[in-house]
Design a protein around this ligand. Structure first.
Ligand code: ADP
Length: 475
């Protein structure tokens, strides 16, 4: 941990014991530190403390909450390099991407610091002359979040920043693979002036134990989750008991479509960033490519050239584009999807080299058919299956033939087709001639089994506010 200059970021760290979790560097397998485990009683106590903290936080003017968030944002920028190194050490992504994520994560804090001041209500024209109607918006109260390992900072700020801006408190359970970034972020929040009981990071012995408390404790009025559809479903079921509000950012199965009128070079550039960022471990990653038969060979050949140039290695090394995947289970799953696809007739564009540790060689698979498992399942790795299509009708049917509906992408220069396809795709987000769509100013979220709710944008704060309708009679 000599790579982290600001030792305050690591002040949460504990030594090895039954009450700590060892965090390993996926690039080397080495243990890089221990994060504290919170016992059940401590979590229950934290919920009570967070309730009190929330009440006084909500009483503060929005401008005061905004100022604290602005300061938190600034501290992320000031500590960008340290946070990025910590993230690469525990998560594996290339350092340049980790630095990008710190900025991306920080952008949500800045955005919601601004939005805190704009949680307007409405006046409503009354149906009768003696009444005056209006709405005010109030914080939901004590909230909780469960976050994944693929974006250890941004998945937290997308939830914590709007929650705090709205006047809520939040307890966060980060992923067990990447808790260090979460604790470090919280240290910066406290330094910025966020009360310690307002934003609390908890790690249980088991994720399910924390999930049970978050979904059944009556004080917690809302749960925001990012992770798999399987766990999301479970948490929604558990939350039904006391009709808790939930936001769900779940799995995706993004189609990446290249029409015959596309600019192929630009489609290849988009495919590279969409597919291979974070070694293919993002929920908006292109999962399956549909390329028109007229441009199939041209696209695959240019895509292949670009993929061969990718450098796989430890994310701390200069020039590395693809780091390790997060753990052995992930690697096994990706490899078995590839093996099965090859058995079913898919062809890799180059021979696949077995890499040691958690590394995987990026692969393009040709001659993939829409009904293969690799097309219907989320790959979450550096593998690009490419399917050939002929008509727009057939394409739309295949693109929508999934339980998921998070991100989708297509490349076309024909304005009529652009509108038609954009409207026909059953997805929460559509990248049109663009492979990177995430930004704090636009609403991120899915339809179908990819989730409920939106993060970022002006809508993001709504997830943490209740609308109260006031009816004034006798006027
Ligand atoms: P992934 O496949 O990306 O790891 P998961 O849905 O398994 O997705 O994990 C996302 C987050 O959900 C992690 O923080 C993980 O610890 C947590 N999690 C996993 N299982 C449960 C559960 N039963 N209850 C609550 N949280 C869980």
């Amino acid at each position: 941990m000599h790579l982290i200059n600001n030792k305050k970021l690591l002040s949460f760290m504990v030594s090895e014991s039954d009450n700590s979790i060892a965090v390993n560097n996926p690039a080397t397998g080495e243990c890089i530190g221990y994060a504290p485990i919170t016992s059940k009683d401590e979590i229950l106590d934290a919920i009570e403390r967070s309730k009190l903290a929330q009440q006084s936080w909500a009483e503060q003017p929005a401008k005061a909450r905004s100022a604290v968030l602005q300061q938190w944002y600034q501290l992320l920028l000031d500590n960008q390099d340290d946070l990025a190194r910590l993230m690469t050490l525990e998560q594996g992504k290339p350092l340049a991407e980790a630095k990008g994520e710190v900025m991306y994560g920080a952008s949500f804090i800045q955005w919601f610091a601004e939005e805190a001041k704009r949680t307007y209500g409405e006046t409503i024209p009354a149906p009768s002359g003696d009444k005056r109607l209006l709405t005010i918006r109030q914080p939901v109260g004590v909230t909780a979040a469960i976050t994944p390992w693929n974006f250890p900072i941004a998945m937290i700020t997308r939830k914590a920043a709007p929650a705090l801006a709205a006047g809520c408190s939040m307890l966060i359970k980060p992923a067990e693979d990447t808790p260090l970034s979460a604790f470090a972020m919280a240290e910066l929040a406290y330094e910025a002036g966020v009360p310690k009981d307002l934003l609390i990071i908890v790690l249980g012995k088991q994720a399910a134990e924390v999930g049970d408390i978050f979904t059944t404790h009556p004080t917690i009025r809302k749960l925001s989750f990012t992770g798999s559809t399987r766990v999301g479903r479970l948490l929604m079921q558990q939350s039904a008991g006391d009709v808790k509000r939930t936001s769900m950012e779940l799995g995706g199965n993004a189609p990446f479509i290249v029409f015959d009128d596309a600019d192929i070079d630009s489609a290849v550039a988009g495919a590279m960033v969409s597919k291979f960022r974070n070694a293919g471990q993002t929920c908006v990653c292109a999962n399956r490519f549909y390329v028109h038969s007229k441009v199939y060979d041209a696209f695959v050949s240019k895509f292949d050239t670009a993929v061969r140039a990718l450098k796989v290695g430890n994310g701390m090394q200069e020039g590395v584009n693809i780091g390790p995947v997060i753990n052995q289970a992930a690697k096994n799953n990706i490899q078995s999807l590839v093996d099965k696809a090859i058995e079913q007739g898919a062809e890799p564009t180059s021979s696949i080299e077995e890499l040691a540790g958690l590394y995987l060689q990026p692969v393009i698979l040709k001659n993939v058919k829409h009904n293969m498992d690799i097309v219907s399942q989320e790959i979450f790795g550096p593998v690009a299956p490419v399917i050939c299509f002929d008509t727009d009708e057939e394409l739309i049917e295949m693109a929508n033939d999934t339980i998921y509906g998070l991100a989708s992408y297509f490349y076309s220069q024909n304005v009529h087709r652009v509108w038609k396809v954009a409207e026909a795709l059953q997805y929460g987000m559509v990248g049109i001639n663009d492979g990177i769509i995430s930004t704090e100013v636009a609403p991120f979220g899915g339809v179908k089994q990819s989730g409920i709710g939106r993060e970022g944008a002006k809508q993001g704060i709504d997830e943490y506010m209740d609308i109260k309708y006031l009816c004034f009679g006798g006027n």
